[in-house]
Ligand binder design. Structure first.
Ligand code: XMP
Length: 329
């Protein structure tokens, strides 16, 4: 609505005033809605003194890098450096099975890459960038600093959440958090005004540690990541085709670190098992598993086993949150 247009104009003015005419600003894009809208807003305010980086950590979904880079460059004209750090991440994760350990390694690696990016930029510009853009939302602000007596627990005590926001503390960058008074639906509204494509604004949330928390155990086992990408893409495409994408909060596949016996053609197989998960939710704090139609499930399961080599069994996760979390790790 027009009120949000005023918010956008006001924010742009504030950012211009804060950054001034000479300082440079950096931003880590995750491919999610929040960092994208925040960066687009800052770009409107200061143009190419904004420098964004997108890190391919090798844990992204099928064609994700191409898809988001396309949106950044073609639709939003954002100045983005894409860093392919697949080898760097996967070599550090090799053999690691503990979920918390995986998250810590990914967070640390991300900081190293971001540090390198900032240093390279400093060499190129002959001056240090002064500001860092973060897509922090109002609920994040409340969550990391719960009002006294609210009874809200810090969700970080349950899992160490990694966002691209977790950045080096010794970097001495001042923060720009243009979304920190907004709720998610307001960020989407702002995105619309800034011409972020509608399909992008409606994308399901995706965790910072990516597919690492959806391959149970060692992410480098067999060709787990490759299998998971194919299965996930079939599942998501089927959900879109059935017109269910927008009513589901999040849907994805999980690679299980076991094999089961099957029969395909006249061959006995001993192959991988994947689980499908889809939930509805308001805010991710609680969630209900989504009751797909029998035919939908049957078609998806067939399609997966017929087209993804190495998978002979598909199971469905029918647990809500609580007692489960949305992700499996
Ligand atoms: P859980 O699994 O805790 O997830 O029920 C709640 C929501 O948070 C997302 N999630 C994460 N997002 N970094 C993120 O940026 C993380 O480490 C992370 N872990 C979970 C999850 O996908 C769901 O939307």
């Amino acid at each position: 609505g027009w009120a949000m247009e005023d918010v956008v104009d006001e924010e742009i003015k504030v950012i211009k005033g804060t950054v001034g005419l000479e300082d440079h600003v950096i931003c880590a894009l995750s491919g999610g809605v929040d960092s994208t809208v925040a960066a687009t807003l800052v770009h409107k305010a200061i143009g190419d003194r904004l420098h964004c980086v997108f890190v391919d950590n090798g844990l992204l979904r099928y064609k994700e890098r191409e898809r988001v880079m396309d949106t950044f460059e073609r639709d939003l004209h954002l100045p983005v450096t894409c860093v392919d750090a697949t080898e760097q991440f996967l070599s550090k994760l090799k053999g690691v099975e503990d979920p918390e350990m995986k998250r810590k390694i990914i967070g640390k690696e991300f900081i190293c890459i971001f540090d390198d990016f900032a240093q390279d930029l400093e060499k190129k510009l002959g001056r240090k960038p002064s500001y860092l853009v973060q897509g922090t939302l109002y609920p994040d602000v409340i969550e990391s600093c719960p009002p006294p007596g609210s009874g809200r627990t810090h969700s970080h005590t349950i899992k160490s959440h990694h966002n691209v926001g977790g950045l080096p503390k010794d970097m001495k960058l001042k923060l720009i958090e243009p979304l920190k008074l907004l709720f998610k639906d307001e960020v989407r509204q702002m995105g619309r005004i800034l011409n972020v494509p509608e399909a992008f604004l409606k994308r399901h949330p995706f965790p910072g540690p990516g597919l690492a928390v959806r391959v149970l155990g060692d992410v480098t086992q067999e060709n787990a990541l490759d299998i998971l990408r194919q299965v996930d893409e079939i599942f998501i495409q089927s959900i879109k085709d059935a017109g269910l994408y927008d009513i589901i909060w999040q849907a994805f596949a999980v690679f299980l670190p076991i094999r089961s016996v099957g029969v395909q053609g006249d061959q006995r197989t001993h192959s991988h098992v994947v689980s499908l998960r889809a939930v509805t939710s308001q805010d991710g704090m609680t969630a209900d598993w989504y009751p797909f139609e029998h035919k939908f499930l049957n078609d998806v399961s067939r399609k997966i086993c017929n087209s993804v080599r190495g998978v002979n069994r598909v199971v469905l996760d029918i647990t809500s949150k609580p007692p489960s979390t949305i992700e499996w790790e």
